[in-house]
Design a protein around this ligand. Sequence first.
Ligand code: PBG
Length: 333
Amino acid sequence: MATNAGINLVRRMRRNRGTPSIRSLVRETVLRTEDLIQPLFVRSGEGDPDPVASMPGVVRHTVTTLAEECRKVAGLGIPAVALFPRIEPSLKDSTGTHATDPANVLFAAIRAVKKAVPGLTLIVDVALDPYTDHGHDGILDGKGSIENDSTVEALSRLAVAQAEAGADIVAPSDMMDGRVRAIRTALDAAGHQGVSILAYSAKYASAFYGPFRDAVGSGEVSAPLDKRTYQMDPANVREAVLEVQLDEQEGADMVMVKPAGPYLDVVRAIREATDLPLAAYQVSGEYAQIHAAAKLGWLDYVSTRDEALLAIKRAGADMILTYFAAEVAESLR
Ligand code: PBG
């Protein structure tokens, strides 16, 4: 027989979930537009931007359309963009010499964005993979391994050239040892004390970068790219803390964990290990997964997108690089 008394519970957790207004009072994490960084791709030439097949809604901009897009992104209240070039295959070689060629489209793009939207923070990736014909982030020695120290020198020159063109933040994504200190020293020597370093400190050798490699063309090589001798083993988390500690000692202004969604424990561990601002990169594969499942009708697009981003914030990220940035900012308005 049912009674009104029911079971005798001191704490009924559902009381705090009963209405939208109560849920909003007790909500612990809120995703804001100010947390978001929009990654953008740029190529040389004119015409319409070309779509990236494996990343619906993402395009490779021309310098002209990039500047327009940055105006739009800034207008939505997004504080920063992260810029990646797609280089013509004919300009690539084994050491990535085009990186510091004044004709590199990246420098024109940096100048155009700074001119169009001076207040938008411009983050530029420091790595050689867009420029090497083998697609690696560094210089290959004769035996097929990536040379650390000569790569660090090349990266330092690239970072200085990016700062010269107007980058606000340079973001080494290469995972070479000692690159943060070398880049800091080179920037300071060139008078760029005000340019920040966002270190990709815990960047894993992840299969989730596949669509990005299509976007920048670093995957256009015969064998699948194996970056495990420099990017981190997905099995490790203590090693990520060591990487962050080193980058902090070397002068990083901010640190990053990448990818984000499958590495939330790493985001949490780094949050607890450093007081530096922490970025997490929701990478191309995380973006493509949500799009693909939604297209098949297997997941709800908007709610999975928003939940994935909220989870990254909850894990401890101060800022999130995400291809969803502009559309999420629009929905937060
Ligand atoms: C290259 C770089 C990569 C990404 C950002 N910078 C790919 C890689 O290391 O092969 C991945 C971004 C993404 O997947 O969205 N230095």
